[in-house]
Design a protein around this ligand. Sequence first.
Ligand code: GAR
Length: 265
Amino acid sequence: MKKKLALAILLSGGGSNAQAIMDACRSGALDAKVRIVGADRLSAGGLDRAAAMGVDHFVVDYKGILQDTEASSVYPPPPDLDLGDVLKKQHLFPEDRASEEGCVSEKVRHFFMRRAAAERMLLDALLPFEPDLIVLAGFMRTLSPYFIDRMQQPGELPKIMNIHPALLPAFPGTDGYGDTFRHGCRVGGCTVHFVDYGEDSGPIVGQAAFPILPGDSLEDVKRRGLEEEWKLYPSCIQLYAEGRLVLENRPQRSGAVRRVVRVLS
Ligand code: GAR
C-alpha cells in the first residue's frame, strides 16, 4: 500500500480547517494522515478538535516567549541560530533587510531572535513525527527563515503550506476577509500557497472565489469563505500527496523571476 502523506498542522484558533483536513483523511478523500497538531496558544479550540480525533497535540506558548527579554532570558535563542543569515533572507520587513547583520534595527533583530526561540520549540515538537508537509491552518504567526530552512532545502518542493482568506496577491496580512469586505470587492476568495520568506507571498497552489452580494455583511463573507476553504485545502494537499505539484520559474514584467506552481495532470 502507498505510504500516506504525514501531515503536521499548526493553528491558532477554532480549527475548522484542521477539522476538514482530519475528516478528509478519515474518509479517505485525502491520502494523508494527520500525525500531530500544534498551537501557539493554549486557548486554541483546534486543540480540542485534535484530541477528539485522537491526534497528538502540543502548545508552544508564543506570547510568553515573545515577551521574554534578553536580560532575563528564560527562552534563549537557539544555539544554531545564524541571525545574520536570517536577517539577510527575511522578507517580512522588506525595508529593514540586512546586507550585513549590523544594518537592521534593534526591533527587527529582537523580533527574529524571539521568533527563533519559539520556532526551535515548534521544531522540537514537530520533527519526531517526521512530517512530509506542514499545514498552516489559521496559524496567526509568521514563520522566519530559521524555521523554513530547517524544514526544506532550497530547490526542493516546499514543505510548508498555508491557507489565506483572500485572493492573493490582494490583501495579504491578518484580516483577509475583512480587508476584502472593507474594500468593497464584489468577489472574495481564499488561497492555498507555499510559504516563503515573505508574508503570504509564496507560490500559489490553488484558489477558490465566491460572490459578495449587495447586503452581505462581513460575517456572511467569512462564512462563505470558510465553506470554500474546507473544500480547497484538502484538495490542494491531495495534489501534493499525488506528487502533482512542481515549481517552475516564470519571468515577470519587472525582469524578476518568480517561482510558480504548475499542476501536473
Ligand atoms: C481561516 O479563515 C484562515 O484562512 C485564516 O484563519 C481562519 C482560521 O479558521 N488564516 C489566516 O488568516 C492566516 N493569516 P479556522 O481556525 O476555523 O480554521
